[in-house]
Design a protein around this ligand. Structure first.
Ligand code: FE2
Length: 553
């Protein structure tokens, strides 16, 4: 079966394609349109479809629109709130449903040859769930989905046996962990549905002094669901306007909500374990991008294994919906092998792009070693290799790399990215080295957990140790990521430390770099010292002369 998955309803539009049970391609529309998060999360944008990513996925999989067996759309209008229902303080709800019902026609217009009768609607949270239990490594597991909202609910808890989902609990709106976190995000002066991870970082600077009040407002209900009604945050601290400085109280508020969120998730995890007796828990939905809460559940919860879909936000529902429908149509659906499911370019294409741009570049004998040399001299490297990542994290395909030993590296990276200085960057290390340096759940290939940095290493990893002594580690498996692994080994030879800083390759407010042109634009406009694009290397002049570097190797 050839199944195209589409996420379009709220935000982070994306497309994915599953052929004969194999995940072939998945990508977010923002990487093509260069518009962060693809579109605003408003009902009148629901008609907008991930057209560029869908066309690319079909081309990549060599499937013509008239050969598609099904299109899986990750929202079911039959489950949507009734017209006039005030579930979300949103008078345009009916418009969203109207556009969703017409999506088959829109899709047939965009993809000439597609039979609109092949479009199937998949309940939003079932699509999230499938992105965890079908894409993840466990065929028997408990599953937990939490986000802002789906059709009329905001969470799903269930059990999966032999790949078959049984839903144990749904949580109806207006209760929502995701929406409460989004409201907190706005209250402390950030963009909702976008900057929630900044709030999580801010929380680590605060003291949860309103913990009790927040736990009253947001808690596990004892039956697999939760209470999470709107909270008047102004009773704790006035909202922060954009550009105003942070008060301690903003961090304290964030810490208090974070505390209540983690306790709620832990309560549900314990309930799920007691109900199902499963060893493994898989999670998806935007709330599962809260790596601090994920780690809390992994550390204090009853499950031996916790796996989180790397595209846990709505983009991941394109993949989940496609896998769900492929399985329903009889395919033996296999787990996603990697998050590197996006676009790639051949060496010849890359060379053509560099020649067109008329830039000076070399082809070192070993690109990993050449990059290690720049990193050892404290240079910042834009690393563009292989297929781009699906989901919000750079995992060694579209990354900025740097030496972790100086705290100043964090300031320089945040400068390149034009972002707040309290934002941490993350370390990447080989899987077999990780337990020497960090404590926490391993493997961690998708950066969805935080780890404690072992004291013996903290001094050598100053750029990646967050204020609370943690780091969000990516472990690299040399079998699946041979190039990244060899680069890490070269870095260890050059610096004595088996770690590089890894953060996403993008500049302020822009989506991650996806194409060679994006990479060249980023290199041309940001203070990055080198660009390693496929086997080719471009260096900023000072590095090319060998005169740069605070600490020459
Ligand atoms: Fe969602």
């Amino acid at each position: 079966m050839r199944v195209l998955g589409i996420n379009a309803v709220f935000h982070d539009p994306a497309a994915a394609i599953v052929v004969d049970g194999n995940v072939v391609a998945a990508a977010e529309e923002e990487r093509f349109s260069r518009r962060k998060h693809g579109k605003p999360c408003v009902p009148f944008s629901t008609w907008e479809l991930p057209e560029a990513s869908a066309r690319w996925a079909l081309r990549f999989a060599n499937v013509a629109p008239d050969a598609i067996d099904a299109v899986a759309y990750s929202y079911d209008p039959d489950l949507a709130p009734a017209d006039g229902a005030q579930l979300h303080d949103n008078e345009y709800e009916a418009l969203r449903t109207y556009f969703v019902r017409r999506a088959p026609g829109f899709l047939a217009t965009l993809l000439p040859g597609l039979d609109r009768a092949r479009v199937r609607f998949v309940p939003h949270h079932v699509a999230h769930a499938a992105s965890a239990y079908l894409a993840g490594p466990y065929r028997d597991c408990a599953v937990l989905v939490m986000d802002g909202r789906g059709e009329s609910t905001s969470a799903l808890a269930g059990v999966v046996r032999n790949g078959e989902l049984e839903i144990l609990r749904r949580v109806p709106l207006p209760h929502s962990l995701g929406l409460r976190y989004e409201e907190l995000t706005m209250h402390v002066g950030f963009a909702r549905s976008s900057d929630e991870y900044k709030v999580m970082a801010l929380a680590s600077y605060g003291t949860p002094r309103w913990r009790d009040a927040m736990r009253d407002a947001m808690h596990h209900d004892g039956d697999g669901g939760f209470v999470a009604l709107p909270i008047d945050f102004t009773q704790f601290v006035a909202p922060r306007a954009d550009g105003e400085p942070f008060a301690d109280a903003h961090a304290d508020l964030a810490a208090s909500v974070q505390d209540a969120l983690q306790e709620t998730m832990l309560g549900i995890a314990r309930w799920l374990h007691a109900q199902t007796g499963m060893d493994a828990l898989v999670m998806a939905g935007g709330v599962a991008l809260n790596v601090v809460a994920n780690s809390y559940v992994a550390r204090h919860g009853p499950f031996a294994h916790v796996w989180v879909q790397p595209a846990a936000g709505d983009a991941g529902t394109a993949l989940g919906a496609a896998m769900y429908v492929a399985r329903a149509m009889g395919d033996d659906v296999r787990p996603m092998p990697t998050a590197a499911l996006g676009r790639e370019w051949s060496d010849a294409d890359l060379r053509g792009a560099l020649d067109d741009a008329n830039v000076f570049y070399t082809r070192p004998r070993d690109i990993g070693e050449a990059v290690a040399d720049v990193i050892a001299r404290d240079g910042i490297v834009a690393w563009f290799q292989g297929r781009s990542e699906y989901g919000p994290r750079a995992l060694g395909h579209r990354s900025l790399l740097a030496n972790p030993r100086h705290a100043d590296t964090l300031r320089r990276l945040n400068d390149v990215k034009g972002r707040e200085q309290f934002r941490p960057v993350a370390p990447m290390t080989l899987l077999e080295k990780a337990p020497e340096l960090f404590e926490g759940p391993f493997p961690s290939p998708y950066m969805l957990f935080v780890h404690t940095v072992k004291p013996a290493w903290a001094d050598r990893l100053r750029a990646v140790v967050h204020v609370d002594g943690t780091a969000r580690v990516q472990t690299v498996d040399r079998a699946s990521e041979p190039l990244v692994a060899s680069m890490l080994e070269s870095v260890e030879r050059a610096t004595g430390v088996p770690v590089v800083v890894n953060t996403s390759l993008n500049t302020a407010g822009r989506p991650m770099v996806d194409s060679p042109r994006d990479a060249l634009e980023c290199f041309g406009s940001a203070p990055v010292d080198a660009l390693a694009i496929g086997p080719y290397l471009l260096k900023r002049e000072s590095f090319a002369r060998g005169s740069a570097g605070v600490h020459a190797a």
